[in-house]
Design a protein around this ligand. Structure first.
Ligand SMILES: C[S@@+](CC[C@H](N)C(=O)[O-])C[C@H]1O[C@@H](n2cnc3c(N)ncnc32)[C@H](O)[C@@H]1O
Length: 198
């Protein structure tokens, strides 16, 4: 059973993250990932962007306008109140249903997985997202460097770091974790042929 002290600690961390994310226009402790994703999206000409887990649209509203095409997914209809960019392409449904019923044969250069932070679900999201990743595209995972066991709780970073750890060891992928709380991991399919014309 989870101890009351741990619940309080998790709530404190979750609150700090929420406060940081809600700081409109500024990159607080919890939202430095946004600038990174914006930059990443603009490195791909005509980037197609998918974000799983939109919440306050803090990231979505700043990244979606930079993409040629953007799709968001969230189980909570409340997110639509926050969405100012690409409203019609935010789907209100679980990620499993999105990949099963909506994704079709779409391809994305950047896929940001930031929905359910439980290892089992994010692992499933990763597996489901992979067929939709364009060649040399990037999957971004959030909250992969919790920094302490306390911060791996459901209300904070969860257990996404377990997926990051596995991908870092898997020779099929190039995975780099930015070791700054709460952590971002960039994942690409491994590729050894460096020259297009070789
Ligand atoms: C951490 S927030 C997303 C924050 C956002 N990506 C950002 O950087 O501003 C996580 C969101 O994922 C959503 N979510 C949780 N489980 C989900 C699932 N299985 N499918 C889709 N969305 C989910 C929650 O409703 C919540 O809005």
């Amino acid at each position: 059973m989870i101890s009351p002290t741990r619940v309080i600690a998790e709530l404190r961390i979750a609150n700090q993250l929420r406060t940081a994310a809600a700081r409109a226009g500024s990159e607080g402790e919890g939202d430095w990932h946004i600038g990174l994703i914006q930059r990443l999206v603009t490195t791909y000409p005509n980037c197609r962007y998918l974000e799983v887990g939109v919440r306050h649209a803090t990231c979505w509203n700043r990244v979606a306008p930079l993409a040629r095409f953007a799709e968001g997914v969230d189980i909570d209809p409340g997110v639509l109140e926050h969405v100012t960019a690409g409203h019609e392409t935010v789907h209100i449904l679980a990620s499993d249903a999105y990949f099963r019923d909506v994704a079709g044969d779409k391809r994305f250069e950047v896929i940001f997985l930031d929905g359910d932070h439980n290892f089992a679900q994010v692992d499933k999201d990763f597996t489901n997202a992979l067929p939709h990743l364009a060649p040399d595209g990037t999957i971004v995972l959030h909250d992969t460097w919790p920094g302490s066991v306390e911060e791996t709780g459901e209300l904070a970073c969860g257990t996404v770091y377990q997926l990051a750890e596995r991908l870092e060891r898997d020779p099929q992928f190039n995975a780099l974790t930015m070791r700054r709380f709460p952590g971002v991991t960039l994942v690409q399919r491994a590729r050894t042929d460096r020259f297009e014309d070789a």
